[in-house]
Design a protein around this ligand. Structure first.
Ligand SMILES: *Cc1c(COP(=O)(O)O)cnc(C)c1O
Length: 390
């Protein structure tokens, strides 16, 4: 590995200096011999071309056992999984679904797809997860579900949400696309919701290029999803090929999550020293977050006014995969599409200030973790020059 020099005086890569990581961020998915073996086996047996085979069934069984949830429906993507979860809950056209003003755009679109109205609730100032204390005020007679995502290493306050939802007789969809295998307030991520969703997209921690899953302990929800996907023919299926490459990754998930968590915690400590960057860390007991992304709150004032997107670009030029976060949902959709339950002040702030570090570097060694900090410090030292050059 190229040894980074902690010399911040050398010019940043975006102004012509040598990048901290000249070869760029580590690859994803990893070059895993077990996956190569699975693909060879598919080629040998012809299972890759079949509609029905053992891989999907085995993946369903393993995911069910891993989560302690009886029913697993594999599907084409996490976005489809959210749609199926909403359909499984029988959310009716014209009804309302509560979600955070800062969330994955596909979730908002899924609510529209089934003909319901997204009702947006603000996020917490500290960790930018849905502010559960604001959810109750968003509930009306027309509310039929609450959809929450654990995002960027943060964790939603599920015990409090569960209590509130039960009090109002409302089902919860728990989106664990960003943290399969995490522990959320003492339970496996996905266990707090009436229904949980996973994504197997190409950048995700469990990756098949595409794919997703809906998980539930409730037979009625599973039955409705099956009726929907199996009308006439299988709609939105996952293939044997996708399941075959996921099986070896599931075996590695706990080990890799532990490495990522260890590195993330070291990085969070180091980044805590950098003015203007606040890692998203959720309060509460019994949490072991997963890290698809490590989220940060960015304060341009601490970086000579360098705009967030330009800062991320400068850090990427150093070979570190740092990106702006999602756009907030109210910032990119017409007011006619949703109802805002409150002024969404924090979601507005997050829209301009979320940064996310992509996960592959979190499987690296201490030296690679320090390179992240070196890159950020180098850009900070030269922020005024970078801003002036923009
Ligand atoms: C990735 C993701 C999804 C689903 O993504 P697909 O690309 O459709 O599989 C849903 N929710 C969150 C929070 C995500 O990060």
């Amino acid at each position: 590995m190229e040894q980074s020099c902690d010399n911040f005086d050398s010019p940043p890569a975006i102004l012509g200096g040598t990048p901290v990581r000249p070869d760029g961020p580590p690859d994803w998915p990893p070059r895993d011999p077990a996956i190569a073996a699975a693909l060879q086996e598919l080629a040998r047996t012809g299972a890759w071309g079949r509609y029905h085979g053992p891989h999907c069934r085995r993946l369903e069984d393993l995911l069910a056992a891993y989560h302690g949830l009886e029913h697993v429906e594999l599907c084409a993507s996490g976005t489809v999984a959210v749609e199926l979860a909403l359909r499984g809950l029988h959310v009716a056209p014209g009804s309302e679904v509560i979600l955070a003003g800062y969330d994955f755009k596909g979730n908002f679109v899924d609510v529209l797809t089934i003909g319901a109205v997204p009702v947006l609730v603000d996020i917490r100032p500290d960790d930018w997860q849905i502010d559960v204390s604001r959810v109750e005020a968003a509930i009306t007679d027309n509310t039929q579900a609450i959809l929450v995502s654990h995002l960027h290493g943060g964790i939603v306050d599920m015990p409090r949400l569960r209590e509130l939802a039960d009090h109002h007789g409302l089902p919860v969809i728990e989106d664990v696309c960003q943290m399969p295998g995490a522990t959320v307030h003492g339970r496996r991520a996905g266990r707090w919701g009436d229904v949980a969703v996973l994504s197997f997209g190409g950048s995700k921690l469990l990756s098949a290029g595409r794919g997703g899953a809906v998980l539930t302990g409730r037979a009625d929800i599973a039955q409705r999803i099956r009726l929907y996907t199996q009308r006439g023919n299988a709609a939105y299926p996952l293939s044997e090929m996708q399941a075959a490459v996921l099986l070896p990754q599931l075996e590695q998930l706990d080990r890799r999550n532990a490495i990522r968590a260890d590195n993330a915690s070291g990085l969070i400590t180091l980044l805590g020293e950098v003015p203007g960057l606040v890692p998203l860390v959720s309060p509460g007991e019994g949490n072991a977050p997963g890290y698809y992304k490590l989220g940060l709150q960015y304060d341009a004032d601490a970086f000579a006014g360098l705009p967030r997107d330009r800062f991320a670009e400068a850090v990427r030029a150093e070979g570190i995969a740092l990106y702006p976060g999602f756009r907030s949902l109210h910032a990119i959709h017409s007011r006619r599409r949703f109802r805002a339950a409150d002024p969404l002040a924090e979601a507005t702030r997050a829209d301009a200030a979320v940064l996310t570090l992509h996960h592959p570097v979190l499987l690296g060694d201490d030296g690679e973790i320090r390179q992240v900090v070196t890159a950020i410090e180098r850009v900070r030292q030269h922020a005024a020059a970078i801003a002036a050059a923009t």
